[in-house]
Ligand binder design. Structure first.
Ligand code: PHE
Length: 441
């Protein structure tokens, strides 16, 4: 019998044991890559698969009657007077996505395993915050703005995670001389919430150690801002969730972002799980100073929220992949600007296949956990509903490590023959062998 030694969770192990990827996994490596009609040179950072690049043209958030377009408009209606930016291109520089917001050079979000790079100098935005500094620059004093866009992160595959999703970023500048007006506005918003069905668990507005006020900020000028941020967002959910639906459970928790302090996260309860909905906070003076505004007399709050996470409970959409469906049975169910409950059209049977393999011995140029998800998704396309790690052990005899994944195949649009699932599984095995140098068991 094989002697197996169970190891710690693989996320940690991957980070420690497997050398960083310096190869392009999407072999053979072409010299250039074309994204939205622009041609870019590739380099050792290129990791954008064609399946993901193809999503950039979809523009779901500005295409009626898509539910994400409806949500974008509902949010804009709530933040009256805020200027809307809905067409900013997804290809940005790492400077905009990370440096302009003060991400440290070793932040994990910068890694090839986390983000999609066209080459070292250009990437797909991982969040709408990539546009904050540029938009603030053209925002007048005491102005507010919203920016809705598709964002891209390398991720695992399941019913609520997809490597492309949508965010709305919002920000409001307030002049210190207007704090009394802001307090009055907050009182009014509190009255509206008290009369509603929403069940909200708040957290402290700051903590001197773990979620501090900025050193130049006085509580009397920042706390009304933090309250205004939380109240404007809570009332947003009041205004977009229909009053007849069950009470909405939301909770605030402290969070950390490189360009805000204090920072918060909002979660919403959906089908027995807490879903992260948004991150937000009081923008750092250092960031405000970069935008041409004066941090001495202006404060700003900012938030970034995931639209699919709102649309799933609001439209009853059970699987995030459905938003990308081209099937008219999906599109026909929606009317521009209106809420409706999605009727599932697919109860097609699922098939599962297990794929087990030895990791390569020693230095092989390295690879990342997310390479695995991307290759499986690239080969299996939207037939792949879910991938789970089901086994992970070191074999003492041969000194090698083995992994096994269970891939769940299901189409939302048709039933898939066994032969097709077998063929796709074989193709996945071949791609893993060719690109990651694993040995199928
Ligand atoms: N960009 C952050 C995210 O994607 C959210 C955020 C936006 C946080 C604005 C603070 C301020 O998680």
């Amino acid at each position: 019998m094989l002697k197996v030694v169970k190891v710690r969770p693989w996320r940690v192990l991957f980070a420690q044991k497997i050398p960083r990827n310096t190869r392009n996994i999407h072999t053979p490596s072409p010299q250039t890559i074309t994204v939205l009609g622009e041609t870019y040179p590739t380099d050792d950072y290129t990791n954008l698969p064609p399946t993901i690049a193809a999503l950039l043209a979809r523009r779901l958030h500005v295409t009626p009657p898509h539910p994400l377009n409806t949500i974008r408009k509902l949010i804009a209606g709530h933040f009256e007077g805020f200027k809307c930016y809905d067409n900013l291109p997804a290809v940005v520089t790492p400077e905009l996505n990370f440096d302009s917001l003060g991400f440290p050079p070793d932040h994990p979000g910068r890694e090839r395993g986390q983000s999609y790079y066209i080459n070292r100098g250009v990437m797909l935005r991982t969040h709408t915050s990539a546009h904050e500094v540029d938009i603030y620059r053209e925002t007048p004093k005491s102005g507010g703005w919203l920016c809705t866009a598709d964002v891209y992160r390398r991720d695992e595959i399941d019913r609520s995670h997809y490597p492309a999703f949508h965010q709305t970023e919002g920000a409001r500048l307030v002049n210190l001389v207007d704090m009394d007006k802001l307090r009055a506005e907050n009182d009014e918003l509190r009255r509206r919430i008290a009369d509603s069905k929403i069940i909200m668990k708040d957290c402290l507005d700051f903590d001197p150690v773990t979620n501090p006020l900025q050193s130049s900020h006085l509580p009397e000028t920042v706390l009304p801002m933090a309250q205004n941020l939380k109240l404007r967002i809570t009332t947003l959910f009041l205004s977009i969730f229909p009053p007849s639906s069950d009470p909405l459970h939301v909770r605030w928790t402290p969070d950390i972002f490189p360009w805000t302090s204090p920072s918060f996260q909002l979660e919403v309860r959906y089908r027995d799980a807490w879903l992260e909905l948004l991150g937000c906070g009081i923008v750092l003076d250092a960031t405000i100073a970069r935008t041409g505004h004066n941090p001495v007399d202006e404060r700003s709050w900012a938030f970034g929220m995931g639209l699919e996470r709102i649309a799933m409970p609001l439209f009853g959409v059970p699987d995030i992949r459905l938003f990308w469906s081209q099937d008219e049975r999906f599109w026909k169910q929606f009317k521009d600007g209106q809420l409706s409950t999605f009727q599932e059209f697919s109860k097609y049977p699922l098939s599962e296949r297990d794929v087990a393999f030895w990791l390569p011995l020693g230095e092989v140029g390295g690879w990342e956990e997310n390479d695995l998800w991307d290759i499986i998704r690239e080969v299996g396309g939207d037939l792949v509903e879910d991938v789970k790690l089901i086994d992970d052990f070191w074999h003492e005899g041969n000194g090698r490590r083995s992994l096994a994944v269970r891939i769940t195949f299901r189409s939302m649009e048709r039933s898939v023959e066994r032969a097709e699932v077998n063929k796709v599984t074989d193709d996945i095995k071949a791609a893993l062998t060719a690109r990651l140098a694993v040995e199928i068991r």
